[in-house]
Design a protein around this ligand. Structure first.
Ligand SMILES: *Cc1c(COP(=O)(O)O)cnc(C)c1O
Length: 376
C-alpha cells in the first residue's frame, strides 16, 4: 500500500492457511486446487496464491486465462495453475509456454489448443471439461467419447497431455437436493467414456467448496475450494462459516470523518430515504459504491464502531455513507463493516443478507482502490 486512503481491507493470511487446513481435514486425502480467481475473491491474488502453495495446496485455479498468465509471472515456475475461461483467439501459445493447464470444453477450443501446441512445440496440459448439468461450459456428455478420442490421438502425437477430466456442480449448496447425485452419475459416465477412449487421466475433479464439504461422492481426486478459503460459507443457511470452523480472512473498515447531532425530522443523504424521528448522532464513513458498497446496503447494513453496533442510514453514495454513531465515537475512530464473527464483527454474510446477495459478491466486489493490508 503506497497511497493514502481512509479505509482498508485487512487480509489475514494466517486465517487463509487455517481455512485451507479446515478444508483439508474434512477430506479423505484428495488433492486441493485453491481457487484464486477474481483477484482471490477480492483478497489479492498473489498473496493468497503464495499462502495456498506454502500451506500445501496442490494446484491453483483461476477462471480467466489472462489471470493464469499473470499469476505465472508473479509466482515463477512451479505451482500448477488451471484456467478455464478464454475466447477464440486467446494467447494459448503463451499459456502453454508458461506451463499453464488449460480447460478444453468445446471443439473450437480443442482446435486452437492443438494449433497452439504445434506452434510452441511442446504439449498442452489439458483438462477435458464435461457439462454434467450447469449448461454453462464443457462438452455435452454425448460428445465426450468423440472429444476423448480426438484428445487421445493428440496425446499420442505429443501435442497434448490430458491431465484432468472435470465438471462443476450446480446445486451442491442446497440441503436435501438430489441433483448433485445426477451430476455425479453423469460424471461417472464421462469418466468411463474417457477411459474407454484410451485416456489415462490423473485428476478427476468436480467439487467446489459445497461439493467438497457436503457431498463426499463428488470429491474424486481433487477438490476446488474457493469461498471456504476466504472464511465464508457457500450457504450460511446450511452451515455458517463459524459452524464450519472457518475464520474470515477479510476485515473491512473505514475511518469516521464526520460526527454530528441532528434534530428530529432530519432527512439523511440523497432522496431523504431516512428521516430521523428523534435527535440522532450520525457519522460519515468514506466508503461508497465505487468501493463496492452496494446501494442496496442503504438503510440496512450493520457496522461496529468502538465495539458498539451501528447501521447505515440513508442512501449509500459514490464515496461515502452516513451511519448512526454510538455515543462517544468521534472522527478518526474506526468503523468496521465486516470481518470475523468471533471478533464481534458483522460478517460478509450478514452484509449479503442485508443486501440480498451472497457473501461471495460482498468480498469480490470490494473496489480496487481500497488498500489491502496483509498480515502473515
Ligand atoms: C468459482 C469456482 C470454484 C470455487 O467455488 P467455491 O464455491 O467458491 O468453492 C470451483 N470451481 C469452479 C469451476 C469455479 O468457477
Amino acid at each position: 500500500m503506497s497511497y493514502y486512503y481512509p479505509a482498508r481491507a485487512d487480509i489475514d493470511l494466517a486465517a487463509f492457511a487455517h481455512n485451507l487446513n479446515v478444508v483439508r481435514q474434512s477430506l479423505d486425502g484428495q488433492k486441493i486446487m485453491a481457487i484464486v480467481k477474481a483477484d482471490a475473491y477480492g483478497h489479492g491474488r498473489v498473496e493468497c496464491a503464495r499462502t495456498a502453495i506454502a500451506h500445501g495446496a496442490d494446484y491453483l485455479g483461476v477462471a480467466q486465462l489472462g489471470e493464469a498468465i499473470e499469476l505465472r509471472k508473479e509466482l515463477g515456475a512451479g505451482p500448477r495453475i488451471l484456467a478455464w475461461i478464454y475466447a477464440p483467439g486467446a494467447p494459448l501459445a503463451e499459456a502453454i509456454r508458461d506451463g499453464v493447464d488449460i480447460s478444453v470444453g468445446a471443439w473450437w477450443a480443442l482446435d486452437e489448443v492443438e494449433k497452439a501446441a504445434a506452434q510452441v512445440g511442446a504439449p498442452a496440459r489439458v483438462h477435458l471439461k464435461v457439462d454434467t448439468g450447469m449448461a454453462r461450459g464443457g462438452f455435452p456428455l454425448a460428445e465426450i467419447p468423440d472429444a476423448a478420442q480426438r484428445l487421445q490421438k493428440l496425446e499420442r502425437g505429443g501435442d497434448v497431455v490430458v491431465v484432468g477430466l472435470w465438471s462443476h456442480l450446480a446445486r451442491a449448496d442446497e440441503p436435501g437436493g438430489t441433483f448433485t447425485d445426477v451430476q455425479v452419475e453423469r460424471f461417472e459416465e464421462a469418466r468411463v467414456a474417457a477411459a474407454k477412449a484410451g485416456l489415462d487421466i490423473e485428476l478427476h475433479h468436480l467439487a467446489a467448496t459445497a461439493g467438497a464439504l457436503w457431498h463426499p461422492k463428488a470429491r474424486y481426486d481433487m477438490v476446488r475450494p474457493g469461498i471456504a478459503l476466504y472464511g465464508l460459507s457457500p450457504n450460511p443457511a446450511w452451515a455458517t462459516a463459524r459452524q464450519l470452523g472457518l475464520t474470515a480472512v477479510m476485515t473491512l473498515s473505514g475511518d469516521v470523518i464526520v460526527d454530528r447531532m441532528v434534530p428530529s425530522g432530519t432527512g439523511i443523504s440523497y432522496g431523504h430515504t431516512f428521516i430521523t424521528d428523534k435527535p440522532m448522532r450520525v457519522g460519515v464513513v468514506p466508503l461508497g459504491y465505487e468501493d463496492g458498497i452496494d446501494r442496496k446496503a442503504s438503510n440496512t447494513a450493520p457496522l461496529v464502531i468502538n465495539g458498539q453496533p451501528a447501521c447505515i442510514v440513508g442512501r449509500v453514495c459514490m464515496d461515502q455513507f452516513v451511519t448512526s454513531l454510538p455515543d462517544g465515537a468521534k472522527p478518526g475512530d474506526t468503523a468496521y463493516l465486516f470481518g470475523d464473527e468471533a471478533a464481534g464483527l458483522p460478517t460478509a454474510d450478514d452484509w449479503a443478507e442485508a443486501m440480498g446477495t451472497i457473501g461471495y459478491e460482498v468480498v469480490t466486489r470490494l473496489g480496487a482502490r481500497v488498500p489491502r493490508v496483509y498480515h502473515e
